[in-house]
Design a protein around this ligand. Structure first.
Ligand code: SIN
Length: 430
């Protein structure tokens, strides 16, 4: 019935973001090639990332028309009490190199859906995908000035981000990256009390109990650990395996890890591409050398592969890892898994939680009482139960403890870009 030609703001935003989504999909092959070239993930994975990032854009285009408020039952006559949602204001987004499209898409899309404008800085290693994405947003009709990308080297980044931190017009910072940088953003945004979403480092435990389906656990570990060459915040870092199934699990996993094909990202057979840069490679090598020096056994890999590429590293499995090793405490961010043996449930839950981080945890078990007990006790924002692939646009992604706060994706993700405003109207008689 109603003539919608003029369009409400939410309708207009939803329409523009939907067009942006369609253009991302229409250009998926080019975007995938760009991601793969600048970031190094195999082309098939880069195609997956385009679909993954686009799914957040579609989700938030649809959520733009659902930023509902509330009516509150008034305690006295003559009043009406209401809650409305408002855009938080200008959003500054600082994004990482590991998912050059998906991470910026899942910050920009909810910001637009909430009615915010955006200034964004992609990582030094991967600026091109972000620029291509914003070009498509322009083609979709998103007006100039709504989305603004500033590229900067590592050296110039403090200058760019410093300007945003000091500017009271920037009302929100959304950041994915290291805990150290996240903490400095929290400190430095205090002067203007900006709203923050921080998706920071992890140190994910992956627990295999003796009642687990071992085939499923091996599959789940392969997916979660070796996706993007282990360069994800939710990548399992500590693999705890109950003594009774340790040898069997280690044997099955070693065969799968050794069979992974490392190749340049352009090779259609590649399963693991090059690491992002020489610094990343050096950290991976240090973690492996440290573990071997402290008594770990080498079950697969264990060396750089310069003959394939200057930052290539063999997918590596270390056995009999211990809490004294770097891999127990620091995020390796590479294709290295360390197996830790454990005896009982209470011990492993304590070990899993014995970290300042709390992004993701995974466990495999079949006993239903154990499943609920462990899921309740794990101190993380995300728990994979008999499942290695966790992220999806309709689910809230984010951590607790020093892995940060705020959520990306899902209906919870939009709240991070909005204020709650309370309106109290009086004088309405009795
Ligand atoms: C990340 O590494 O920060 C995100 C990983 C994901 O979206 O699954």
């Amino acid at each position: 019935g109603e003539d919608r030609a003029a369009g409400g703001v939410a309708d207009v935003v939803a329409g523009l973001v939907k067009r942006w989504h369609a253009l991302i999909l229409a250009n998926a092959d080019d975007l995938a090639r760009l991601i793969s070239r600048e970031q190094g993930k195999p082309l098939a994975e880069a195609r997956g990332e385009v679909g993954y990032g686009a799914s957040y854009v579609e989700w938030f285009a649809e959520e733009a028309v659902r930023t509902y408020g509330d009516m509150i039952p008034e305690p006295v006559r003559g009043k009406k009490m209401m809650v409305v949602k408002e855009p938080v204001g200008v959003v500054a987004a600082i994004t990482p190199w590991n998912f050059p499209l998906a991470m910026i898409a899942r910050k920009i899309a909810p910001a637009l859906a909430a009615g915010c404008t955006v200034v964004a800085k992609p990582a030094e290693d991967t600026p091109l995908t972000a620029l291509a994405l914003v070009r498509l947003a322009e083609e979709a009709g998103i007006p100039p000035g709504v989305l603004n990308i500033v590229t900067a080297s590592r050296v110039r980044t403090p200058e760019v981000v410093g300007a945003w931190l000091a500017d009271a017009r920037v009302r929100k910072i959304t950041f994915t990256g290291s805990t150290a940088v996240g903490k400095s953003l929290a400190r430095d945004s205090a002067a203007t009390l900006k709203k923050l979403s921080l998706e920071l480092g992890g140190n994910a435990p992956f627990i295999v109990f003796d009642d687990a389906d071992l085939d499923a656990a091996v599959d789940g570990l392969m997916v979660s650990k070796f996706r993007n060459g282990g360069q994800t915040c939710v990548s399992p870092n500590r693999v705890y395996v109950q003594e009774a199934v340790y040898d069997d699990f280690a044997r099955r996993l070693a065969a799968r890890v050794a069979a992974l094909k490392v190749a340049p990202a352009t090779d259609p057979q590649a399963q693991i591409g090059p690491m992002i840069n020489a610094r990343a490679l050096a950290k991976i090598a240090l973690h492996v050398e440290d573990a071997l020096a402290k008594g770990a056994t080498l079950l697969a890999g264990g060396k750089a592969l310069p003959e394939i590429g200057p930052t290539c590293y063999a997918p590596t499995l270390l056995g009999r890892a211990t809490g004294a090793m770097l891999i127990a405490h620091e995020e390796t961010f590479g294709p290295v898994a360390g197996l830790f043996a454990f005896k009982d449930e209470a011990d492993v839950v304590a070990l899993a939680n014995d970290t300042p981080f709390g992004l993701a945890a995974y466990f495999y078990a079949r006993d239903i009482a154990r499943v609920w007990r462990v899921a309740d006790q794990l101190e993380t924002g995300i728990v994979g139960i008999n499942e290695g692939a966790l992220a999806a646009e309709m689910a809230p992604f984010g951590g607790v403890k020093e892995s940060g706060y705020g959520r990306e994706g899902s209906r919870y993700g939009l709240d991070d870009y909005m204020h709650t405003k309370y309106l109290c109207m009086g004088g309405l008689g009795t």
